[in-house]
Write a protein that binds this ligand. Structure first.
Ligand code: NAD
Ligand code: ZN
Length: 379
């Protein structure tokens, strides 16, 4: 391509300050260095993690920064040593990576790569610590190694999943993060058998994706638990069959669920981030075989407390990061599930905005109106 090896000037939505609207700027994007690829982003979507770090409450603020980590695009050029990706490949950049060479990448059981595991504090590229983005020579920080709120971005090749070029990028871009987290928590970790019951705690995007996993696995009952009853109507479209709002009951939700299910659910998936919900999700599974999976990110000082007898009675507690998917190896397969109509993505996409109106996407998320808002880069 004519741009190979050149600086590309393009539009990016830059966060100059915590909590302040993003500003459309012309940025310079340097060519990819060793083990990096430069990607033309076509669609990106907005996830809570972008909003948390943009608000920068409780995190080390790092500004100016280009956020964004759920996206789909096309490889424009590749840096030295990149052999598995080529210009023109359709790809999803992923916030966590797979170097292919560490004990985690060699293990079938782990996706927590030593080199490319999520790092929210890093503002530059691993290769040299520098940023590939600048405005008039002033560097702009990266976010999660992806920074997809830019028409072009540079990403480590270990964080790039090459997907079926026939897959519509305006839909499959959401597979990059929240969707795979919830889906994988159910399909890869909770692993319900056909006909089993599954409780999902928290019916946000991640919980709804976990419910989608339960639907795909053929669960007979999917019990949604949320403190916000407004989530229930929407969740019906995701195959959730029954609802429990802990606030409607004066007994513990574990007991409510045990009574509904003749002793407990077969599987539960916690997608709230509340430690109370984590304990409830564990204690509501059936003894003898029940498995609970934690997905939500707890607060710093939280502690999980339960009686050890709950384990002796043969309940299992697990946790998962990114649904146990290895980004490069497994994510193309999730896209295939959509292509062969096993996985439904359309119902997650509630809003679409042109790139110039990206701040509207933040408003929808802050008001809790959207599950996923797709941002169209060319528009
Ligand atoms: P969200 O805020 O959209 O949804 C969370 C839902 O949980 C809300 O509807 C809320 O009402 C409900 N809730 C909160 N406390 C509850 C309680 N005690 N009992 C029942 N319901 C309760 O969030 P999301 O984007 O769907 O993300 C869910 C969680 O997953 C977050 O903690 C997020 O940080 C985490 N997450 C984890 C991973 C991972 O790899 N483990 C990846 C992405 C997100
Ligand atoms: Zn690795």
């Amino acid at each position: 391509m004519s741009t190979t090896g050149q600086i590309i000037r393009c539009k990016a939505a830059v966060a100059w300050e915590a909590g302040k609207p993003l500003v459309m700027e012309e940025v310079e994007v340097a060519p990819p260095q060793k083990h990096e690829v430069r990607i033309k982003i076509l669609f990106t979507s907005l996830c809570h993690t972008d909003v948390y770090f943009w608000e920068a409450k409780g995190q080390t603020p790092l500004f100016p920064r280009i956020f964004g980590h759920e996206a789909g695009g096309i490889v424009e050029s590749v840096g030295e040593g990149v052999t598995d990706l080529h210009p023109g490949d359709h790809v999803l950049p992923i916030f966590t990576g797979e170097c292919g060479d560490c004990p985690h990448c060699h293990s079938e059981e782990s996706n927590m790569c030593d080199l490319l595991r999520i790092n929210t504090e890093r503002g530059g590229m691993i290769h040299d610590g520098e940023s590939r983005f600048s405005i008039n020579g002033k560097p702009i920080h990266h976010f999660l190694g992806t920074s997809t709120f830019s028409e072009y971005t540079v990403v480590h090749s270990g964080q790039v999943a090459k997907i079926n070029p026939d897959a519509p990028l305006d839909k499959v871009c959401i597979v990059s993060c929240g969707l795979s987290t919830g889906l994988g928590a159910t399909l890869n970790v909770a692993k319900p058998k056909k006909g089993q019951s599954v409780a999902i705690f928290g019916l946000g995007a991640v919980g709804l994706a976990a419910a989608e996993g339960a639907r795909i696995a053929g669960a007979s009952r999917i019990i949604g638990v949320d403190l916000n009853s407004q989530r229930f109507d929407q969740a019906k479209e995701f195959g959730v069959t029954e609802f429990v709002n802990p606030r409607d009951h004066d007994k513990p939700v574990q007991q409510v669920i045990a009574e509904m299910t003749n002793g407990g659910v077969d599987r539960s998936v916690e997608c709230t981030g509340s430690v109370q919900a984590m304990i409830q999700a564990f204690e509501c599974v059936h003894d003898g075989w029940g498995v609970a999976v934690l997905v939500g990110v707890p607060s710093k000082d939280d502690a999980f407390k339960t009686h050890p007898m709950n384990f002796l009675n043969e309940r299992t507690l697990k946790g998962t990061f990114f649904g146990n998917y290895k980004p490069k190896t497994d994510i193309p397969g999730v896209v295939e599930k959509y292509m062969n109509k096993e996985l439904e993505l359309e119902k997650f996409i509630t809003h679409t905005v042109p790139f110039s109106e990206i701040n509207k996407g933040f408003d929808y998320m802050l008001k809790g109106e959207s599950i996923r808002c797709i941002i169209t880069m060319g528009a």
